[in-house]
Design a protein around this ligand. Structure first.
Ligand code: HEC
Ligand code: HEC
Ligand code: HEC
Ligand code: HEC
Ligand code: HEC
Ligand code: HEC
Ligand code: HEC
Length: 393
């Protein structure tokens, strides 16, 4: 009996050890969240307070927003409240009971009216507006241009009349928001538009748009508060240069490539080739990339990029910086690689040469794709952007 009892005791100790050991081997905890579960930016705050507070100052966070009450233009009162197209035709910005409207008038008689529902752009330079139309969204005829503090005809719209039927495609949301569900509407087998689910829309570009869905990361760290090593999240520092640039190229490599699938599902580390067929259209092959929205292709044409092997977007930009970097700060980043420069006497006589490399080597240039029509003006107001091809101009 004594021997049997000892055997049982040994067996039970072994089985306990086996259980403990197998748990150590199988250290992946059970998580309710799936790889694609989003947690939402609000949940990040509890553990990443500083990053979160800084993020709120970043333009990505406000690049689309719902228009509430009469808050159509932040921090300004536009010079006028109407845009005349012709002597007879104008669009007036009007306050109504349920919001702000763009109302068309023909010889003083009221015509079509649509409400400001969504503002696109941070408004640093421009706001363009969308109005829900039931299934989808229409772009409003007037946009707001900060530099003149007034209304302009929306880019690429007809010049001689207000146009209310330009659909806002899901594509705008892919670059200006974090999530939108939509399904194609078909008629006799032909795709005739999309039905957008307004409730699914997540405004702005949030943490998980750049870092990937973080549901598992959040669940794990809430359950394991003693764990200081990040889990279930892609580390930017572990990515290759191409992967790091791809994470920005999702939205900063222009809009001329053939699209293979919506980019909402893109996660850092993934190959962007699954989303864009690079320059598939021969029309675009060899064309100089436009300065609007195409920083990636321009930067990649710079000798700094080609010859340094380390230059990428984060050399100069930090998406969680609390303040806007001045041109002097950017210039210091140039000097970190260019300690000695062979400038001619003429260049050296320019007062900027020690503190501002940007205005000469990444000059502001007008976009060929976007410009703004002011009322009663023959010429358009250009949309000026920094050319990211760093070079001698
Ligand atoms: C319960 C706490 C907790 C929550 C909530 C949380 N995290 Fe984290 N996270 C951590 C810890 C711990 C680390 C590792 C230490 C560190 O880098 O701060 C980390 C690290 C990270 C890193 C850095 C990885 C690297 O480069 O080192 C990223 C990115 C990140 N979290 C994103 C998020 C996002 C996005 C959210 C919200 C959706 C979020 N976290 C919510 C605890 C949390
Ligand atoms: C989901 C799309 C998207 C992704 C991903 C994205 N951006 Fe942007 N980015 C935008 C949009 C849209 C704007 C325009 C913001 C506005 O409305 O002013 C912008 C603006 C910027 C600006 C200008 C900010 C300012 O103060 O004017 C910089 C710099 C920038 N992005 C850098 C990056 C970098 C670096 C990455 C990669 C780490 C990145 N972006 C990833 C969409 C994106
Ligand atoms: C526009 C893209 C973008 C957005 C939006 C964004 N991040 Fe990041 N984040 C990055 C990049 C790129 C890095 C790596 C920076 C580097 O290596 O210099 C990073 C680094 C981090 C890190 C680790 C390094 C650090 O600075 O502590 C954490 C944590 C983090 N992000 C959390 C967040 C959270 C939380 C949010 C939302 C509140 C957020 N990020 C929004 C692109 C983004
Ligand atoms: C491929 C990504 C992409 C698409 C698609 C896109 N945008 Fe943008 N948008 C950007 C980027 C990046 C910027 C930042 C400045 C730049 O590079 O021109 C920007 C800037 C803007 C701005 C100016 C913000 C400011 O104040 O400087 C507005 C307004 C805007 N976009 C509206 C729209 C609308 C409306 C659509 C759809 C018709 C659209 N965008 C489609 C990427 C995109
Ligand atoms: C990561 C390092 C790095 C950074 C940061 C960097 N460069 Fe360069 N740059 C290089 C290298 C390498 C070359 C090629 C060798 C050379 O000409 O010195 C180069 C070349 C150049 C050239 C000559 C271009 C040509 O076509 O011949 C200019 C001009 C220049 N850089 C200006 C700048 C400016 C201005 C900045 C900041 C906005 C900057 N660089 C940031 C590494 C860098
Ligand atoms: C060598 C430094 C440098 C690098 C690398 C760089 N940028 Fe910039 N970027 C700048 C400077 C300087 C500005 C102008 C900032 C200002 O006016 O405050 C700028 C402005 C921008 C803007 C605002 C629009 C404009 O033209 O003013 C966007 C968007 C942007 N960068 C995106 C990117 C993306 C995406 C990458 C990577 C493909 C990138 N940048 C790489 C220096 C750089
Ligand atoms: C007034 C305009 C101007 C300013 C400001 C300026 N550059 Fe230049 N840079 C030039 C011109 C023009 C050249 C061609 C050589 C020449 O004529 O001086 C040049 C040439 C260069 C070259 C290539 C020559 C070499 O050494 O290989 C580099 C690198 C460079 N600049 C970097 C910078 C940096 C970094 C700054 C800021 C500290 C800067 N530049 C400020 C106009 C300027």
């Amino acid at each position: 009996m004594k021997g049997k009892g000892r055997l049982l005791l040994i067996l039970s100790i072994i089985s306990v050890l086996v259980i403990i050991f197998s748990q150590c081997m199988n250290s992946e905890p059970e998580l309710k969240a799936a790889e694609t579960t989003r947690a939402g930016a609000e949940t990040c705050k509890q553990c990443h307070q500083k990053v979160y507070d800084n993020y709120l100052h970043d333009k990505h966070s406000i690049t689309s927003r719902p228009v509430k009450n009469d808050d159509i233009v932040k921090n300004a009162i536009p010079k006028s409240d109407a845009y005349p197209f012709t002597k007879e035709l104008k669009v007036v910005v009007e306050k109504r009971k349920d919001g702000m409207y763009q109302v068309a008038y023909f010889n003083g008689e009221k015509g079509i009216a649509r409400r400001f529902d969504v503002a696109f752009g941070s408004g640093k330079n421009v706001y363009t507006y969308g109005s829900w139309t039931g299934n989808g969204m229409a772009q409003l005829p007037l946009s707001y241009l900060r530099s003149i503090n007034d209304w302009v005809n929306s880019p690429k719209f007809p010049k001689d009349r207000p146009y209310y039927f330009q659909p806002v495609e899901p594509r705008c949301f892919e670059c200006h928001s974090s999530k939108l569900e939509y399904t194609p509407i078909e008629n006799k087998g032909l795709s005739v538009g999309v039905k957008m689910e307004e409730k699914s829309l997540i405004y702005g570009i949030d943490c998980e748009r750049c870092h990937g869905p973080a549901g598992q990361h959040v669940e794990f760290h809430i359950k394991n508060p003693e764990e200081k090593q990040s889990r279930y999240i892609t580390l930017y520092k572990s990515l290759t240069r191409k992967q790091k640039i791809d994470a920005c190229a999702v939205c900063h490599s222009g809009n001329s490539q053939h699209k293979l699938q919506p980019t909402f599902g893109y996660k850092p580390g993934e190959d962007l080739a699954a989303y864009y067929a690079e320059r598939a259209d021969p029309v675009y092959a060899g064309a100089e990339p436009d300065v609007h929205g195409n920083q990636v292709h321009l930067m990649e044409k710079s000798q700094c990029f080609i010859q340094s092997k380390s230059l990428d977007c984060s050399t100069c930009h930090n998406p969680h910086s609390s303040q806007k970097e001045g041109l002097t700060v950017y210039s210091k980043k140039c000097m970190s690689c260019h300690a000695t420069i062979k400038h001619s006497e003429k260049t050296l006589s320019n007062a900027m040469v020690k503190t501002n490399c940007i205005d000469c080597h990444m000059p502001l240039q007008p976009s060929e794709l976007i410009s703004f029509q002011q009322a009663g003006q023959k010429d358009v107001t250009p949309y000026m952007l920094h050319n990211h091809r760093i070079a001698v101009y």
